[in-house]
Design a protein around this ligand. Structure first.
Ligand SMILES: NC(=O)C1=CN([C@@H]2O[C@H](COP(=O)(O)OP(=O)(O)OC[C@H]3O[C@@H](n4cnc5c(N)ncnc54)[C@H](OP(=O)(O)O)[C@@H]3O)[C@@H](O)[C@H]2O)[C@@H](O)CC1
Ligand SMILES: Nc1ncnc2c1ncn2[C@@H]1O[C@H](COP(=O)(O)OP(=O)(O)O)[C@@H](O)[C@H]1O
Ligand SMILES: [K+]
Length: 475
């Protein structure tokens, strides 16, 4: 699992480090050396300028400068402000024997590569515009820990950070590396091991992770199982039945045993493996095996609103998307009782008009308020559980911004829930599978492609699946 630590959590870990036998100066030495090593690995020797701030981020910069210079690179340091001589960054500055210049635009323009070691976790107010101009003038910018001016906890910009080609962080990435707009300033993100003792890291119990397959486990069918063991998903279909069909196709690819499209009027064009039922919802609800329902895609706002109420009353496991969300505009209490909601930012703002703040905080607050897992979609989709757990997804390509891809995501999540995957895990896995499927399709993606791309992605996650299920050779 890949936890994400906020700068405040990182500070607690840093403070615990000396008590675990790891002095700050050693961590700083390791951090600066790691920066120099990564730069040497990814760039050719060239003129380097280090813009060094007053805190430990600046200290890392001085140490990186020393290691690059020792490797023969022409390095100059431009201190933005000076550190206290007795502090670890002050000592790192004192150990620098190379050239030091005043930070000005000419110096930046003369450098082939600029290291942004101005502010990291300690950013406490907006960046001075004069510093922004320096960062902006860099030909190639490498940020230490996080681009100066990006809030590591939220990804918000405090002032105008530069656009780094790569960012080298330590111990664990921070939420601000994965959340927009900060994410767009980080370039390629590296996370370096600087020898932080595990006892220091254990001071924090993680509640936020990068969304990777280590966070959840995809269900696989039992040897002796039958289709009802894999669950029965019912998807409500309405006037725009294509949305429900897209969701259905994707849900079936996740491995549900049975899938019904419940529709008031006959549907044409659905795959033959999908069961179509035109009888009223009450009849379908009489079958207790129909536990999981997807309500919203293409359904119409009024129908979705009343169907949602019926399903909640019937205590079903519900994924609410699209029209079911719009039906709850300004009335989030109508969502209490659903398992997962999958709003994009527009739908989210309709449901929770008064919620402000960063994406992670809004998703967490909303989840706690309605008691459901919130999947707040976008390039930086946040998955938040009512108990405070959250994940940030980072594998979604922009080709997913196409009509019907959200319906597909709702179908994938509903499909996983149908197979009794725990709710937070099903939502997180669904978002990751959706992104991975889109990536595997490449350019030209249309929503219909996503379902068909799922088997290969699933196979990559369960590599032993085929061998496990192949009959034993008895000859
Ligand atoms: N994580 C790890 O394991 C390790 C982390 N390490 C490194 O430590 C870094 C964190 O160091 P840090 O706490 O000293 O904070 P940092 O960002 O250098 O600056 C704080 C100073 O800047 C000032 N200041 C802030 N904003 C300002 C503004 N806009 N304009 C002007 N001034 C501003 C602020 O002033 P104050 O708020 O006190 O008034 C204070 O003086 C971290 O990012 C990583 O690189 C490694 O060395 C070791 C292992
Ligand atoms: N720029 C982007 N980069 C990555 N993923 C995106 C981007 N824009 C949208 N997506 C994803 O595409 C899907 C779109 O969902 P939605 O807006 O509900 O579409 P629809 O209602 O047409 O199906 C979501 O999963 C969202 O996270
Ligand atoms: K920085």
């Amino acid at each position: 699992m890949e936890p994400l630590f906020t700068p405040a959590e990182m500070t607690l870990i840093d403070r615990a480090a000396p008590g675990c036998g790891m002095p700050v100066a050693t961590l700083m030495e390791n951090a600066g050396r790691a920066v120099a090593r990564l730069i040497r690995r990814h760039h050719h020797p060239c003129r380097v300028l280090v813009l060094a701030g007053p805190g430990n981020n600046g200290g890392d910069g001085y140490i990186a400068a020393r290691h690059l210079a020792a490797a023969g690179w022409p390095v100059t340091v431009a201190p933005i402000t000076h550190s206290h001589p007795a502090s670890p960054p002050g000592q790192a500055a004192a150990a620098w024997r190379g050239p030091t210049v005043a930070p000005d635009l000419d110096q930046v323009r003369r450098a082939d590569l600029v290291i942004d070691a101005v502010f990291g976790a300690g950013l406490s107010r907006p960046l001075d515009p004069a510093v922004s101009r320096l960062l902006d003038a860099a030909k190639t910018l490498i940020a230490i820990d996080i681009p100066s001016g990006v809030d590591g906890a939220t990804g918000a910009l405090r002032g105008e950070p530069g656009h780094a080609a790569r960012t080298i962080t330590f111990v664990a990435p921070k939420p601000g590396h994965l959340l927009l707009p900060g994410k767009s300033r980080c370039g390629i993100i590296h996370c370096a091991d600087i020898g932080m003792p595990s006892e220091a890291i254990a001071h924090i119990t993680p509640s936020l992770w990068r969304n990777t397959p280590a966070l959840w486990r995809i269900p696989t069918p039992d040897h002796a199982g039958h289709k009802y063991d894999r669950g029965h998903l019912t998807i409500l279909a309405g006037p725009m039945s294509g949305a429900a069909i897209l969701a259905a196709n994707a849900a079936r690819r996740t491995g549900v045993g049975l899938l019904t499209l419940a529709t008031p009027t006959p549907i044409h064009g659905a795959a033959p493996g999908i069961m179509i039922r035109t009888d009223p919802m009450a009849g379908l609800l009489a079958d207790s095996r129909r536990m999981t329902w997807l309500c919203g895609p293409g359904l119409g706002i009024e129908t979705a609103g009343s169907a949602l109420a019926t399903l909640i009353e019937a205590q079903r496991r519900i994924v609410a998307d699209a029209d079911a969300l719009t039906a709850c505009a300004n009335q989030p209490e109508r969502l209490a009782g659903v398992a997962v909601i999958t709003p994009h930012e527009g739908e989210f703002a309709r449901i929770f008009p008064s919620l402000s703040g960063d994406k992670l905080a809004r998703a967490r607050t909303a989840a706690a308020r309605i008691g459901a897992v919130v999947v707040l979609k976008g390039e930086d989709t946040v998955i938040a559980a009512p108990d405070g757990r959250a994940a940030i997804n980072d594998n979604a390509p922009p080709s997913l911004a196409t009509a019907g891809s959200g319906d597909t995501l709702a179908g994938i999540i509903a499909g996983l829930l149908t197979q009794n995957m725990p709710t937070f895990e099903a939502a997180a896995a669904g978002v990751w599978l959706h992104g991975a499927a889109a990536r595997s399709c490449g350019p030209g993606l249309i929503a219909e492609d996503l379902a068909d791309a799922l088997p290969a992605i699933l196979a990559s996650l369960v590599p032993t699946y085929h061998s496990k299920h192949r009959p034993k050779n008895t000859t």
